[in-house]
Design a protein. Structure first.
Length: 570
C-alpha cells in the first residue's frame, strides 16, 4: 500500500465475536461509506474505521479511531489467577483481623444493631454465635454479600466462593462454641481480671481467650453509656503493668473502636441533645482533653462552643489523655475529619452558628496536629467543608437574619475570613463583591439614619475586615474600591472634609481629624481619604498653621504616626 496514511475497516459479525479486518484503503470517505453500508445491510453488528499513520522514525503505524457504530463489545471476563484471587480469609483466625471485622460489621450491620453488640463480641461469645446461626437466612445473606461481589471482581465461580466462605464460617463458629462448652472463657463474677490475665500470659491462644472473657463481661449490658462504663470498669481492674495489662487493654481498645465507630452510639454517649457540630466538638474534647483545656484557658469563649464531656466519656477521655488507646483516639479524630468532609450540616438551623462551631473545630484539630492528625489532613478537611459554605443555599440562609445590606456585607466578610482554599476564597469574595457593588448598598449608606462620620467609621471597619480576610489581591482591590467609592459619596454629600477644615478648633486638632480620615481610620480608603489628605496638605502649607505648630512643638509628635499612615511622611 502506497502512502504513509491509510484507513482500515473492522467488523464484528456477532456481539461476542472479535474484530476482523474487512477493508484497507487510502480514501477516508470510501472506508466510512462502506462501514455505513455494511451496518445498514446487517452484514455485521458493529463497525469501526481507524486512521493508520506511519511513523517514519519507528516505522510503526499509529492508530486513531475515526468511526465506531453498532453493538458495544461484551466485557471481557477476567482470568482467574489462583495465586492472586484466592479468598483473603483462609482460616478462622483470619476473621479476627481488623479488615475482616470491618467487613463483617458491614454485612451484618442490621443484625448487630438489633442485638446491640459489636463484631468483636460476636467472634468471642458462644451465645451470640448460636443466636446468629439460629437466625435463619441472615448468615447466608451475609456470606452472599461477600462472595458475589468478589466473584464479579475476580471471575471465580460464585457458588464455589460461597461454599468456601460457608466452610470458613462454620469452622469459626465451631471454634467459639467449642471453647464455650469447654469453659475456656473464665467468668469474672468469681475471679479477678488481673488474675485471669496473669495466668493467660504466654498461652498460645491468650488473645482469643481474653477476648471471650471481656465479651462475656459485657453480656446483658444494654445501651451505649452503660457498656462504655462497664469497659472502663474492666480497664480499672486490669493488671498494673507488663504484657498482661497490654493483653487486656488491646482487647478493650478493639471493642471501643467498633462501639464508638457507630454514629448513633456516639450520639447516645455524648448526649442526644447535641447537633452534628456539637457532637464532633465533644468527640474532639474527649480524644484531646489537654489541648482543648489549653485553648479554653487562652480563649474562654471556646467553652461556650465545645460541650463538656461527663460520665463514662470523661473516664475514657482521662485514659486517652494518659496515653492509652492511641488507635482509638486516632480513629475518632479521623472520623471527625470524614464527617467534616461529608455533606451533613453542622448546625442545620443556624448558619452563623455553623461558622462558629467550624472555627472552634478548626482550632481544636489544629492543636492536635502532629499527635493525632497531620496538619495537611486538617487543612484538606476544612477546605472541603468550606465548599459547602459558599453555596447559594448556605449563603442565603446565612444572610437571612440581616435587616440591612450593611449587615449582609459584614456577615459575608466574616464568611470570607472563615473559609479556606483559594477557590472557596474566590467564591466567597464574589458574594461580598456583589453585595458592596450593588445599588442597594450605596443607597442604604446614603440615606440611613446615622451621621456621615459614623457611616464612614463603619465603612472603614469593613475595609479593615476585608483586608484581614486574606483574599486574593484582585478580589481585595475590587471590594476595597467599591467600599471606598461609597464612602466617597457619603463624605461628598455631607461635605465632612470641608466642615473639618472650617471647624473652630486648634490646628493640631483639625489636622488630627483630617489625618485619621486620610489614613483610613475613620473613613475607607478611596475618594474620602484622598480629599482629607489633600485638605491636610493645604493646611500644612498655610503660614498660620506652620506658625501654630512651631509655637506648640509638643503637638506635632502625635501627628507623626498619622502622617506616616496617610503617606505624608516617611
Amino acid at each position: 500500500m502506497a502512502g504513509p496514511v491509510h484507513y482500515e475497516l473492522y467488523v464484528r459479525k456477532t456481539a461476542p465475536a472479535p474484530w476482523s479486518l474487512m477493508l484497507a484503503t487510502e480514501e477516508r470517505k470510501h472506508a466510512v461509506d462502506t462501514a455505513e453500508e455494511v451496518l445498514r445491510d446487517k452484514h455485521a453488528v458493529a463497525v469501526r474505521v481507524t486512521k493508520e499513520t506511519l511513523d517514519p522514525d519507528t516505522m510503526v503505524f499509529n492508530s486513531v479511531t475515526v468511526l465506531t457504530k453498532g453493538a458495544p463489545e461484551a466485557p471481557k471476563k477476567r482470568l482467574v489467577n489462583s495465586a492472586e484471587d484466592r479468598p483473603t480469609c483462609l482460616g478462622p483466625q483470619d476473621l479476627y483481623a481488623p479488615h475482616a471485622r470491618e467487613l463483617i460489621g458491614r454485612v451484618l450491620e442490621d443484625w448487630l444493631g438489633r442485638n446491640g453488640i459489636t463484631v468483636f463480641e460476636l467472634l468471642h461469645r458462644p451465645d451470640l454465635v448460636e443466636r446468629l446461626e439460629a437466625s435463619g437466612v441472615e448468615l447466608q445473606h451475609a456470606i452472599q454479600k461477600v462472595a458475589i461481589p468478589e466473584s464479579q471482581a475476580t471471575g471465580q465461580a460464585s457458588h464455589e466462593l460461597i461454599r468456601q466462605y460457608q466452610k470458613l464460617v462454620d469452622q469459626a463458629m465451631e471454634r467459639v462454641v467449642s471453647a464455650g462448652r469447654k469453659g475456656s472463657f473464665p467468668d469474672l463474677a468469681n475471679r479477678s481480671l488481673a488474675d485471669v490475665a496473669q495466668k493467660l500470659a504466654g498461652a498460645p491462644d491468650r488473645s482469643f481467650i481474653m477476648g471471650g472473657v471481656l465479651a462475656g463481661a459485657l453480656a446483658g449490658v444494654r445501651g451505649a453509656r452503660p457498656r462504655l462504663d462497664r469497659l472502663m470498669d474492666l480497664a480499672d481492674r486490669a493488671p498494673a503493668e507488663g504484657a498482661p495489662r497490654a493483653m487486656v487493654m488491646v482487647a478493650i481498645e478493639q471493642i471501643l473502636c467498633e462501639q464508638l465507630g457507630a454514629r448513633t452510639t456516639l450520639a447516645e454517649i455524648l448526649g442526644p441533645a447535641l447537633d452534628q457540630g456539637g457532637n464532633l466538638a465533644a468527640v474532639v474534647r474527649m480524644v484531646a482533653p489537654r489541648e482543648i483545656d489549653l485553648l479554653i484557658r487562652h480563649d474562654p469563649r471556646m467553652a461556650l462552643l465545645i460541650p463538656s464531656v461527663d460520665g463514662p466519656a470523661a473516664r475514657l477521655g482521662a485514659r486517652i489523655e494518659a496515653g492509652e488507646y492511641p488507635i482509638l483516639a486516632a480513629s475518632l479524630a479521623r472520623m471527625v475529619l470524614r464527617e467534616l468532609m461529608g455533606p451533613r450540616r453542622l448546625r442545620p438551623a443556624d448558619a452563623s452558628g455553623e461558622i462558629d462551631i467550624l472555627r472552634a473545630l478548626a482550632m481544636s484539630l489544629t492543636a492536635t496536629a502532629g499527635r493525632l492528625l497531620t496538619l495537611e489532613e486538617v487543612q484538606s478537611a476544612f477546605t472541603e467543608r468550606s465548599k459547602s459554605l459558599v453555596t447559594a443555599d448556605f449563603v442565603q440562609a446565612y444572610v437571612v437574619p440581616c435587616e440591612t445590606v450593611l449587615c449582609e456585607a459584614e456577615q459575608l466578610t466574616r464568611l470570607c475570613e472563615n473559609v479556606t482554599g483559594a477557590a472557596n476564597k474566590r467564591s466567597a469574595a464574589r458574594w461580598l463583591a456583589a453585595c458592596v457593588t450593588s445599588l442597594r448598598f450605596e443607597s442604604e449608606m446614603r440615606i440611613s439614619a446615622p451621621t456621615a462620620s459614623k457611616k464612614l467609621q463603619v465603612l472603614a471597619q469593613l475595609n479593615r475586615s476585608v483586608v484581614a480576610a486574606a483574599l486574593s489581591e484582585h478580589d481585595t482591590a475590587q471590594i476595597l474600591t467599591a467600599i471606598g467609592n461609597v464612602g466617597g459619596v457619603v463624605e461628598a454629600e455631607a461635605k465632612l472634609t470641608a466642615q473639618l477644615a472650617r471647624a473652630p478648633v486648634t490646628v493640631p486638632q483639625k489636622l488630627s481629624a483630617l489625618l485619621r480620615l486620610a489614613a483610613g481610620e475613620t473613613a475607607p480608603l478611596g475618594p474620602a481619604a484622598d480629599r482629607a489628605k489633600a485638605e491636610a496638605i493645604k493646611i500644612f502649607r498655610a503660614p498660620e498653621a506652620r506658625a501654630a505648630l512651631t509655637a506648640a512643638p509638643e503637638s506635632i509628635a502625635p501627628l507623626k504616626g498619622l502622617m506616616r499612615a496617610a503617606g505624608l511622611a516617611a
